[in-house]
Design a protein around this ligand. Structure first.
Ligand code: ADP
Length: 399
């Protein structure tokens, strides 16, 4: 089965064309600046050079038209005809309490996704635009929605409820949802394989540390707590997001003259690693600045490592022990320095890092010594593959 995976943002559209008999990526690419001057599609067929198509794209449908042509082009295409596309999997951000797993998209699902849009006003409308554009371009192809929040729907109420008046939950569904669920699900399933254990016997802590960062506590394959909340702003300090802060800081700043919009921008775009270091939101730049003696860069990283360590600690408590800790995403997969810093504060878990293994990149690997009480793993995430797998599973059942 050949599956097209789509991840649609407000002005961008990422895609991957996968052959699911081999789980190989045939082509991938990105449409950027949709509806803005300078729109461009970058298309990368596997094993060949990238090609760029710079032309006006008013809508996501315009971008998809270019992508479809690229997929069947005699030179840089990977399909003979669009009829080879058996299904489309859509990354969708917020499934609210409605979606606890991936679903085949139909009119009822679209309506329910629209209802969830108040919870993710920036993301869900963009995902819906992507779905409707795909339906226009590939009208008879079955489509699946895979939600970033779904994996976390197994959290117990004591983990997902905020202690606000209960009516705030009843009226507005204000609660913890969590994000990066597709990634946490993918890496915890892979961790079980790597450890040679049944996922049903394992207590795992998954650390997705990228520009956006979150940690999930996963008991016997089910998520029981995660660090992001109603929105992806909660939890750890991130590239530009502040993570958890005292909520009373908002009215305090409001009285000092900051508007809601300014505070929103500050917390989402001007805080975190960037806000504290003043250097960059990119961990590589901040690590380099810290090595050169920049005190604020070092502080930004120390805050991050402390956040990760203390969140792991609280999830060890939530899980009543832990068998394995997983590092994934940009920083988690690539920064041996960060992994070493975080793990050096977890001696009480009997963690013994193998320094040589910690330096390896790009493969699933256990980076602790064989006698380490808790195993630490690096597992590159692959959200697109997880989306494609769900798509194959659901579409196969339709037939
Ligand atoms: P997202 O998908 O949330 O945008 P990624 O998972 O791609 O983010 O992660 C991006 C982050 O990973 C960036 O801050 C980048 O600096 C960091 N990163 C990537 N490679 C390295 C590395 N070798 N060392 C340190 N940080 C890295």
């Amino acid at each position: 089965m050949k599956v097209l995976v789509i991840n649609c943002g407000s002005s961008s559209l990422k895609y991957q064309m996968l052959d699911m008999t081999t789980e190989k990526v045939l082509a991938k690419g990105l449409a950027e600046r949709i509806g803005i001057d300078g729109s461009v599609v970058t298309h990368q067929p596997a094993g060949k050079d990238k090609v760029k198509f710079e032309r006006p794209m008013e809508t996501h449908k315009d971008a998809l038209d270019i992508i479809m042509k690229a997929l069947v082009d005699p030179n840089h295409g990977v399909l003979k005809s669009l009829k080879e596309i058996d299904a489309v999997g859509h990354r969708t951000v917020h499934g609210g309490e409605t979606f606890a797993s991936s679903v085949i998209i139909n009119n009822d699902v679209i309506k329910k996704m629209e209802d969830c849009s108040t919870l993710a006003p920036l993301h869900n409308p963009a995902n819906l635009i992507g779905i409707s554009a795909c339906q226009e371009v590939l009208p008879d192809v079955p489509m699946v929605a895979v939600f970033d929040t779904a994996f976390h729907q197994t959290m117990p109420a004591e983990a997902y409820m905020y202690s606000l008046p209960y009516e705030i939950y009843e009226k507005f569904r204000v609660r913890k949802y969590g994000f990066h669920g597709t990634s946490h699900r993918f890496v915890t399933l892979k961790a079980a394989k790597l450890l040679g254990e049944n996922i049903g016997n394992l207590k795992l802590i998954s650390c997705h540390l990228g520009n956006g960062a979150s940690i999930a506590a996963v008991r016997y394959g089910k998520c029981i707590d995660t660090s992001m909340g109603l929105t992806p702003l909660a939890g750890l300090e991130m590239g530009t997001r502040c993570g958890d802060i005292d909520p009373a800081i908002l009215p305090f700043l409001y009285k000092k003259g900051y508007s809601m919009e300014e505070m929103d921008r500050m917390m989402n775009k001007e805080s975190g690693i960037l806000g504290v270091s003043g250097v960059s939101s990119d961990f590589r730049d901040v690590e380099a600045a810290a090595r050169e003696g920049n005190k604020r860069a070092k502080l930004a990283l120390d805050i991050f490592f402390y956040n990760v360590k203390t969140t792991i600690g609280s999830y060890v408590a939530a899980l009543d022990g832990v068998d394995g800790i997983i590092f994934t995403a940009g920083l988690g997969e690539n920064s041996s320095f960060s992994r070493q810093k975080i793990c050096s504060g977890l001696k009480y878990l009997g963690i013994q890092l193998d320094e040589e293994k910690n330096k390896k990149r790009g493969e699933d690997i256990i980076i602790t010594t064989p006698d380490s009480m808790t195993k630490v793993m690096v597992i590159p995430t692959n959200e697109e593959l997880m989306i494609a797998r769900d798509t194959v599973e659901l579409v196969s059942k339709m037939k």
